[in-house]
Design a protein around this ligand. Structure first.
Ligand code: GDP
Length: 285
């Protein structure tokens, strides 16, 4: 699903996005609402400069709604135009349109004052793999336009799609590389499915997820796996408890830790245990 990024890919992606940027009035940056910090491409700010930016916190159905509200407030304070979405819902076009209109209001008012004829607002979607770019474009276009797959930058010839009455959207999203400088960011990206499982150590991801839930969501964790741990339980004992409860055993009655690891990762990734936001908008960590 994801791709391996090499310096050549990154340079190409940056160049292609810079080219596309010249054609648009506003950039729609898609982030995963569960990890608004970790799912942000580190270079994008430099390239966008002071062009208006809409920031979509996508997959809000899988994130902690209180934390999403805090992120919205923080992003507003940072001077961008945020909106939280479930990219699969029918109201996506309206929500994005409203936010895009707000973000470009000044530019279009200035054009009007200069006597330039009103035209559609031109926008493009960018983001790292798997945040929901294709889902959102297809939803807005009401047909399948963007290939759900990942290639660096913008590869095929781009076309404008009519998006509602006020907006035109480039039909191919800008695919950007994820952050990889920090281990905990890698774990968050993997836990939410943004990077391949085989580039990170699965045990570390499961441990990260369990520690997070032990600290922030103990009751939910106990209830979901029908276990009884507390805030001081050692990590290996949590693995044991889940293995026991689920009957993940090998011959000789030993706990099958590999199965526990996979189960914890998939249950967390699919938001089965609860709706978590792993990046905090405030100082909490
Ligand atoms: P892209 O790589 O950024 O184009 O991401 P995709 O559009 O291919 O989406 C990646 C996965 O996330 C797919 O399985 C989508 O069905 C899923 N997805 C996208 N948006 C949402 C959302 O808002 N909520 C949920 N639950 N899943 C979503």
């Amino acid at each position: 699903m994801s791709i391996n990024w090499f310096p050549g890919h990154m340079a190409k992606a940056r160049r292609q996005i810079e080219e596309s940027l010249k054609k648009v009035d506003v950039v729609i940056e898609i982030l995963d609402a569960r990890i608004p910090y970790a799912s942000k491409n580190p270079m994008l700010d430099h390239v966008i400069g002071d062009k208006p930016r809409v920031v979509v916190l996508n997959k809000k159905d899988m994130a902690n709604s209180k934390e999403t509200d805090r992120w919205i407030a923080r992003l507003k304070a940072d001077g961008v135009y945020p909106v939280a979405l479930n990219g699969k819902e029918p109201n996506v076009l309206k929500k994005i349109e409203n936010t895009v209109v707000e973000a470009t209001k000044e530019i279009f008012e200035r054009m009007e004052r200069k006597g330039i004829n009103p035209r559609a607002i031109r926008a493009m979607i960018v983001g790292i793999p798997n945040v929901g770019k294709s889902t959102i474009i297809n939803n807005i276009a009401k047909r399948k336009v963007a290939k759900t797959g990942n290639t660096p930058g913008v590869t095929k010839a781009q076309q404008w799609i009519k998006a509602g009455t006020k907006m035109e959207l480039l039909d191919t999203p800008g695919v950007l590389w994820p952050k990889f400088e920090d281990e905990s960011i890698g774990q968050k990206l993997s836990l939410t499915g943004a990077i391949k499982d085989n580039v990170v150590n699965l045990d570390d991801i499961a441990i990260y997820a369990l520690r997070f839930m032990q600290k922030h969501y103990l009751d939910g964790l106990n209830k979901f796996y029908n276990i009884n741990i507390d805030e001081d339980t050692e990590i290996v004992e949590i693995f044991d408890a889940i293995g026991q409860s689920r009957g993940f055993k090998m011959s000789g009655n030993e706990i099958d830790y590999e199965r526990v690891t996979e189960k914890v990762i998939y249950d967390t990734r699919d938001a089965k245990i609860g709706k978590f936001t792993f990046d905090f908008a405030g100082a909490e960590e």
